[in-house]
Design a protein around this ligand. Structure first.
Ligand code: HEC
Length: 338
């Protein structure tokens, strides 16, 4: 009887209990294949129907009891013992019991084996490269956000590389263009001089300590000054003095002498020569002059621009100003005061 019990134990039992609410319902035994089908069915339908009962899946089909009994009696007969079912306390029965011991052992061993699957097999240690990958620092969560603004940054960086055209307001902005077009060929791109005199390094300020004399000179040029017999066009105390015609011919720029520049344009180009090329200081030594003539809000500049001032009336209209005029005239020395 005992051995029956052992043998009847299911060898492998992979039963799974479904639907607790149907626990009391009859158990459904199924072969592994049918069990899979049932599980899938119950999974798919679980929202619609409660599972009818407990589903237990066994990998081994249960052997009918009478067949087991038969095989055991046959075994017992073969080994010369009486049928184990008759008499439990007889010596033969005892022999049968001892005989039956080995299957009992195997049967006991088997459930132990069956219990093994639930305990997971010991994990194999990761290969070194997997372990390294697991230990390696992961990409931080903010990396994606940072990367997503990268194109924006590239765009802004690229824009910052192209120099933004600095728009110089007032006479200096326009003067630069006029100088490049009409004067740089003889006086050098940076006022370093050529066939005409240099302006850079304060040279132009030595010839014209007062801007009024320079404006008149550019307007009339060498031709105008020669015709008027004015032998020194700038500072008469300059050393060496710049005498009319000594260096060559400075083309006349003003309309009265056939030149192509307006009085406003002459002011603009002269401001460029003095402040951008010649080294005049708009915030210190030449501050007063700059604010009167060459600043964006300078009254002389604005007056020439709107036509309220001309070279002829500017000396009498603006305070503390030498006459400019459109006729050649002797220049002033640094100490002269208007
Ligand atoms: C064809 C060449 C040439 C061009 C173009 C020219 N100049 Fe001159 N410039 C001269 C020469 C030559 C002199 C010296 C004149 C003399 O000796 O009589 C001179 C003298 C000057 C002087 C006096 C400099 C000094 O320190 O004595 C000024 C200011 C001047 N030029 C301004 C200009 C301006 C402004 C322009 C453009 C609108 C201009 N020049 C275009 C040849 C030129």
């Amino acid at each position: 009887m005992a051995q029956h019990h052992f043998v009847r134990l299911k060898i492998v039992r992979l039963g799974v209990t479904y639907a607790d609410r149907a626990r009391s319902a009859r158990a459904v035994r199924a072969s592994p294949r049918r069990c899979v089908i049932l599980r899938v069915k119950s999974y798919l339908l679980r929202f619609h129907f409660p599972v009818p009962g407990r589903l237990s899946c066994s990998s081994v089909t249960e052997i009918p009891e009478h067949l087991l009994k038969r095989s055991q009696s046959a075994k017992a007969k073969a080994s010369g013992a009486t049928e184990p079912a008759e008499g439990g306390t007889t010596p033969t029965a005892a022999v049968a019991k001892t005989d039956a011991a080995p299957p009992a052992v195997t049967a006991k061993a088997l459930p132990a084996k069956a219990a093994a699957p639930p305990t997971p097999p010991p994990k194999r240690p990761d290969p070194p490269y997997v372990a390294a990958a697991k230990e390696r620092k992961k990409i931080p969560f903010w990396a994606m956000a940072t990367l997503s603004i990268l194109p924006l940054w590239v765009f802004m960086y690229a824009r910052s590389l192209s120099p933004s055209a600095v728009k110089v307001r007032g006479p200096l902005g326009a003067g630069a263009g006029l100088y490049k077009a009409g004067c740089s060929g003889c006086h050098g791109g940076n006022g370093e001089g050529g066939s005409g005199y240099a302006f850079a390094g304060g040279e132009v300020l030595k010839t014209f300590p007062h801007i009024e004399d320079q404006l008149r000179w550019v307007y009339a040029g060498t031709g105008g000054y020669s015709a008027a017999n004015v032998s020194i066009y700038g500072n008469p105390k300059r050393e060496p003095v710049h005498a009319t015609g000594a260096r060559g011919i400075m083309p006349s720029q003003g309309a009265g002498f056939g030149g192509g520049l307006s009085e406003l344009e002459i002011l603009e180009v002269v401001c460029h020569e003095r402040y951008t090329l010649g080294g005049a200081n708009p915030t210190a030594d030449n501050k007063e002059e700059f604010e009167k003539w060459c600043a964006a809000e300078a009254p002389a500049y604005l007056g020439l621009k709107d036509g309220s001032l001309t070279f002829d009336n500017i000396g009498t209209t603006l305070k503390d100003t030498f006459p400019v005029g459109t006729k050649p005239a002797v220049g002033h020395s640094p100490d002269d005061k208007p």
